[in-house]
Design a protein around this ligand. Structure first.
Ligand code: BG6
Length: 485
């Protein structure tokens, strides 16, 4: 049995526009929802409170729109990738990276989301960058929407709960297929579509009355599913042989005990948090278990006659997910808790947690890869994985991050085992390959990169890039096709 990764395995790195670019008001860009997130040094407590208080979002956006204190809005500056992209891509090329995943900022292309004409400067920016990636031998993996939407779409239309958003999104996506189709290799219509329901900043949870909240969330998701299917349709029509994937945040779950109630809870958590989304995007229809859930919760989604066919006829070519941690499912409400990616998770006593409370579980990645392939029988791309940790820079500029190397090593070993299990994983993009602003906490000190960026939580620093120990290690892994771990 050949233990190596295939020669054409796509070793990669990922970032997102809002967490990296900065340049929030340059070259015709409009204001998007992430530009309006206010940094709070006590995020752990207060951010969670904010998430509960979704009703406030419209007012919050309106207030932030007129606040010019940019310092307190970390996504307005990111890591200034907007002006450093060439230098950063050079560093990635030196790493022998095979694929680079980033997202397009909708508000750079259509500043208000509903504009008649696209902003040529925005198109040029991405076209130049992706052309340069290709010149350096790096394939391009584009996320069309990584949470941030033009804020006008929230204020004027109420966000994704309005069916009109599908049309705006399709116009935007078609523009990308026509203008960037020659320089993009893989497309992802939505980042972590299942995590959207937790995140008011992607225009889903902008709900003004709590009674209707669940209904609005699932109505918004229905519109996103249709937008996703239509993106698949038009990508295939406009760019022959294009490859379009579905993506979820993989909230893997084990039963907390072998008590049948816990096992059933685990199955239901998997359905509700993960499979429902992939079932719609990959199998092309709403599964019976979610219809039952809707009936029991009195959720009524408005659908048009053609919706079923749109979903059925435009399923994705591959499956992808982010994977950072696992959790346990139980009916015991008093079970110990810890933090997870965008959620509070039940604690697994067998796993260690990261500094941010995320339960590290490399074997869980192998379990997940097998589960996802068993269910969908499609090629799989791991779109995000990595460790958010605080780094310390030595006087000579070096950064020793053995904890990060160890985390990535264990996860790559799990991928290797999954390949031997027969799971067709064809790529892996390490999250935050260059340090960037954390999406959940908005901190800079929660670093994922193999490239260090000199900037602190308040935005002080030279923005100079440094190679961490993990940079040299990852390069060795890539150059040995995953052999030298
Ligand atoms: C994923 C997101 O949920 O997790 C990324 O797609 C995010 O945008 C990543 O950065 C890690 O989360 P965080 O909160 O540590 O940045």
């Amino acid at each position: 049995m050949n233990m190596n990764f295939p020669k054409n395995f796509l070793w990669g790195g990922a970032i997102s526009c809002s967490q990296a670019e900065g340049g929030f008001n340059e070259d015709g860009k409009g204001i998007d929802t992430q530009d309006l997130r206010y940094f709070n040094f006590h995020w752990n407590k207060d951010e969670r409170k904010q998430f509960k208080n979704r009703r406030m979002y419209k007012a919050k956006f309106e207030k932030a729109l007129i606040d010019t204190n940019d310092k307190m809005y970390p996504f307005r500056r990111g890591i200034d990738f907007y002006h450093h992209w060439k230098e950063d891509i050079d560093l990635l090329a030196e790493l022998h990276l095979k694929v680079f995943r980033t997202s397009i900022d909708w508000s750079r292309i259509y500043p208000n989301g509903d504009d008649k004409l696209a902003n040529q400067a925005g198109i040029n920016y991405y076209h130049n960058m992706f052309t340069y990636c290709h010149k350096k031998g790096i394939k391009v993996f584009v996320t069309i929407l990584h949470y941030n939407i033009p804020v006008n779409l929230v204020l004027k239309y109420g966000g994704w709960s309005n069916r009109k958003l599908i049309g705006f999104y399709v116009t935007y996506a078609k523009t990308l297929f026509k203008e960037l189709g020659d320089v993009v290799d893989y497309w992802l219509p939505f980042n972590e579509i299942n995590a959207g329901r937790f995140n008011p900043y992607n225009g889903v949870c902008v709900v003004e009355d709590d009674q209707n909240r669940d209904n609005k969330i699932f109505q918004s998701l229905h519109h996103q599913f249709l937008a996703n299917a239509l993106a698949v349709k038009y990508a295939h029509e406009i760019i022959p042989n294009s490859k379009v994937g579905a993506m979820i945040a993989r909230f893997s779950s084990y039963p907390a005990t072998c008590k049948p109630e816990d096992v059933l809870q685990s199955i239901q958590d998997e359905q509700y948090s993960n499979w429902f989304y992939l079932d719609v995007m990959s199998r092309g229809s709403y599964p019976e278990y979610i219809k039952r859930y809707f009936r029991e919760k009195k959720i009524n989604i408005k659908m048009e006659a053609s919706d079923t066919d749109i979903l059925k006829e435009n399923t994705v070519d591959f499956i992808s997910f982010s994977y950072y941690f696992s959790q346990v499912s139980t009916t015991d409400n008093n079970w110990k808790k810890t933090d997870g990616n965008l959620i509070v998770a039940n604690k697994n006593p067998y796993l260690k947690t990261s500094e941010w409370g995320w339960q590290m579980d490399p074997i869980g990645l192998r379990i997940t890869l097998n589960q996802v392939f068993d269910r969908y029988q499609k090629p799989i791309f791991i779109a995000e994985n990595g460790l958010g940790a605080e780094d310390h820079q030595e006087k000579d500029g070096s950064i020793h991050d053995p904890y990060r190397i160890d985390y990535i090593r264990q996860h790559i070993k799990a991928i290797k085992e999954s390949l031997i299990d027969g799971v067709p994983v064809f790529g892996y993009t390490l999250w935050g390959i260059i340090d960037l602003i954390s999406c959940g906490s908005m901190e800079m000190k929660k670093r994922y990169g193999v490239i260090y960026v000199d900037q602190d939580d308040s935005g002080n620093g030279t923005l100079k890039r440094y190679k961490k120990d993990s940079y040299y290690w990852y390069k060795k892994v890539i150059c040995s096709d995953g052999e030298d771990l």
